[in-house]
Structures are given as structure tokens and as C-alpha cells.
Design a protein around this ligand. Structure first.
Ligand SMILES: [Zn+2]
Length: 142
């Protein structure tokens, strides 16, 4: 079991526990950090693009959620790059909308992740799922 904590030492708020064998992180292109101004743990952190899918917002021990980001609604051009393989069904998805940020619930620093809509690729039914994605480069693991 790994524990995810807020990267700010003064805060160190517990965010979520997860089993790395059961919950494999997904890989997003590294451009996501710059494009969406995601926090990196510290200035020496090299981004890996690893994000943890958290199916239900209530699975977090503590998490803050930003207001809806209307700014990103029409950024379809950038979104086309944000493809990933979902380890739950082993299928390819494309993030079509990022509409909220995940932030620390105690100190409100972040963004530590995103809440987004992702479209299943090559799917006749145009299935869209909503995902909470926690950036593993933005937090402390112990
Ligand atoms: Zn914090």
C-alpha cells in the first residue's frame, strides 16, 4: 500500500492510499504539465506523465476540487494529443475535456490532478467516461 500526501512539508495532508499492483497508473504526454499548469512536486522533479485513475471522488481520503474551468472547453486542438490506455479495460481513450482541477483540501495548493471527460476511441456508441486523474509527479509517495 502506498500513501499519497500533499508535497508541501508544512501541510503533508493525506490524499489517498492505493495498491500499486491493483491500480496501475496511466501515461499521459508530458505536455500536459505545461499545457494545464499542473504542479510538479519540486523544481528538481522530472515529469514522468504518470497519473492514477481514481474512479470515485469519495475514494480520496482528502481532496479539494476547483470551480469548473470553462476556459478549457474549446481547446479541442490540444486535447487530441491526450490519449492513454485505460488499465481497467485495456482500451484507448482520448481526453476531450478537462473541467476541474484536483487541489489539496488543506492548503489548496495544486493543481495535483484533473477531472476530465474521456472518449473511448473507435467506439460506435461514442462512450464517454468521467475520470479523476491524480498526477503522481505532483505529490509525495510514502
Ligand atoms: Zn496541502
Amino acid at each position: 500500500m502506498l500513501k499519497v500526501k500533499c508535497p508541501f512539508k508544512q501541510c503533508n495532508c493525506s490524499i489517498i492510499s492505493y495498491n500499486e499492483k491493483e491500480n496501475q497508473p496511466i501515461n499521459l504526454p508530458l505536455s500536459v504539465y505545461d499545457d494545464y499548469k499542473l504542479l510538479l512536486k519540486n523544481k528538481d522533479t522530472k515529469a514522468t506523465g504518470k497519473f492514477l485513475i481514481v474512479g470515485n471522488i469519495w475514494d480520496f481520503d482528502n481532496i479539494g476540487v476547483s470551480k469548473t474551468l470553462s476556459f478549457f472547453e474549446n481547446k479541442d486542438d490540444n486535447m487530441s494529443k491526450l490519449e492513454f490506455v485505460n488499465p481497467i479495460d485495456n482500451k484507448r481513450y482520448n481526453i476531450t475535456q478537462i473541467f476541474k482541477y484536483l487541489i489539496c483540501s488543506d492548503c489548496e495548493k495544486g493543481p495535483l490532478g484533473i477531472i476530465c471527460k474521456a472518449k473511448l476511441l473507435n467506439d460506435e456508441n461514442s462512450t464517454v467516461i468521467e475520470l479523476n486523474l491524480l498526477s503522481l509527479d505532483s505529490i509525495d509517495l510514502c
